[in-house]
Design a protein around this ligand. Sequence first.
Ligand code: SAM
Length: 343
Amino acid sequence: MSGARDAPLQAAAPPASGRLTDPSGRRFEYLRLSLTDVCNFRCTYCLPNGYRKAAGRTPDLSSDEIVRAVTAFARLGLWKVRLTGGEPTLRAEFTEIARRVATVQGIRRVAMTTNGYRLADHAAEWRAAGVSAINVSVDSLDPARFAAITGHDRLDEVLRGVEAARIAGFDSIKLNAVLMRGVNDDELASIVAFIREHDLSLRFIEVMRTNDNAAFFKDRHVPGQAVIDALVRAGWVRLPRAPGSGPAVEFGHSHAKGRIGIIAPYAQDFCATCNRLRLSAEGKLHLCLFGDGGLDLRPLLQADAQIDELVERIVALTARKAPSHRLHEGNSGATPHLASIGG
Ligand code: SAM
């Protein structure tokens, strides 16, 4: 099945200003870098049967390959990198990779996304390595539901990790909750109560259809607009979008320390503000989370002397980025689940 259809490869001149753009005029500032597709959680919408190694999968990028890739993207003006997966902290050398990525010239912000299972013990170490923003997946504030969704009875541990991140001084802490009909779509009141007391952002993410979860999606997808309507009725106001920020629409309230956001990939014009590219743990460039598959950069990640060629290749490939995903047509491209590319 094919997804966002990439345009044919065109010869594209490297951008004079060190800025990477595509034919739709979108400018790319943000690289989502998957460190591994392995995950230890079994989230119902992603890896309900646990991680299984895909046939023919090549090893994860080494830290040298990662640094070369990040160096090339940074030369093209990307300044923010998010370390994701799979579960990125399963990589034994996670801290070292974070440290090296943070020192690449031009990289101003290193963020990470985690299920939080090692956060309580490692928050300070990761902050010291240069990670300044962290997203933690917390799909429910009810311990039994959290366990049912993730396969791990670890809500308390994960929330202790969030507190450790606060103490460690991360300047952005966000909780991600995948919004699911009949699973957690009745939790707005408890989430509002939590956010009143915690200076962090919780974002509901509409569940996205991937090739592996079509039946789940049909049963559980609920548009984020219902949450927005409820927030607005309760006096929450929409906040301005910060430069370089992602696709979340965020709301605040004078009585709340934190913020609540919605990521609604099925909303009209969702792709118009796309500012990100993805590199899989195998070294494949993904122009869209729901594209036709990755474009292999790994042969150009083998030596520092290849950087100029790598930069040119990234520019040429980015010119093929499609204007929009095709999720509305029920088309998830070549993506079996988000752990495979880096959600
Ligand atoms: N293991 C890390 C974690 O749990 O956050 C990072 C990888 S995970 C793929 C990144 C984010 O994607 C998580 O917030 C997860 O809930 C979300 N996600 C995974 N599959 C999804 C789907 N089908 N629809 C919406 N969000 C999804």
